[in-house]
Design a protein around this ligand. Structure first.
Ligand code: ZN
Length: 207
């Protein structure tokens, strides 16, 4: 079997397809199951939760353009935190690589996976302290905890409803941002920039 040909939801049998070859998880849009894709098998792993609809420039399957780059959102994960919630869209860039687009009301960041080998003591990462990553100095500007509330579409890694993350925003020069995430004893990082929401448009809107 090949995921390129599509496959069926192990819970309800609906046909699922992935737009991105390296997707590891997809949410069934019919029965709200999340399905893990492993080598040659598919396995139900959880529930996708209910995503309350909010008007947004970002819609799964509708390309967005930032400056000269286009991105196709294929997955939407909603996280709750102390101040409310935000969405992380997993999107395919024009070069075929995936990016995370985080959308918290007017604040938008585009980030790519940023492999790191260093590890930290999470309790030592406090707002205002500095962190050096690959010879680059950052300042911690935000530290909080988030919980995954709802999932839709496909993702490069398994995410589960109720999973809690500690996260830190590290700010560098020229709007550069690194996000550190800590969950289940592991750090992950992504790097990118804050972007001006007014420079983002939908490709379906006539210029
Ligand atoms: Zn299903």
């Amino acid at each position: 079997m090949s995921f390129d040909d599509g496959f069926n939801c192990p819970n309800c049998g609906a046909e699922l397809s992935c737009k991105l070859r390296h997707s590891k998880m997809v949410a069934c849009e019919y029965c709200e199951s999340t399905v893990l894709l492993e080598d040659e098998t598919v396995r139900k792993v959880g529930k996708s939760g209910v995503m309350a609809e909010e008007p947004s420039l970002f819609v799964l399957g509708r390309e967005i353009i930032h400056k000269d780059e286009s991105f196709l959102p294929v997955g939407q994960a909603r996280f709750g935190y102390a101040n409310g919630w935000w969405d992380e869209f997993w999107a395919i860039g024009g070069d075929g690589q995936g990016v995370w687009v985080s959308v918290d009301e007017g604040e938008i960041a585009i980030e790519r996976p940023y492999p790191i080998t260093v590890t930290f003591n999470p309790d030592a990462l406090t707002v205002g302290s500095s962190v050096i990553l690959k010879d680059e100095r950052f300042r911690i500007t935000e530290a909080d905890t988030a919980t995954c509330k709802a999932l839709r579409g496909e993702f490069p890694e398994p995410i589960r409803i109720g999973q809690t993350y500690r996260y830190w925003h590290l700010s560098g020069e020229r709007a550069r941002i690194v996000t550190l995430e800590y969950s289940d004893g592991e750090f992950q990082a992504s790097e990118g920039v804050w972007v001006d929401p007014y420079l983002i448009r939908s490709s379906n809107v006539a210029a």
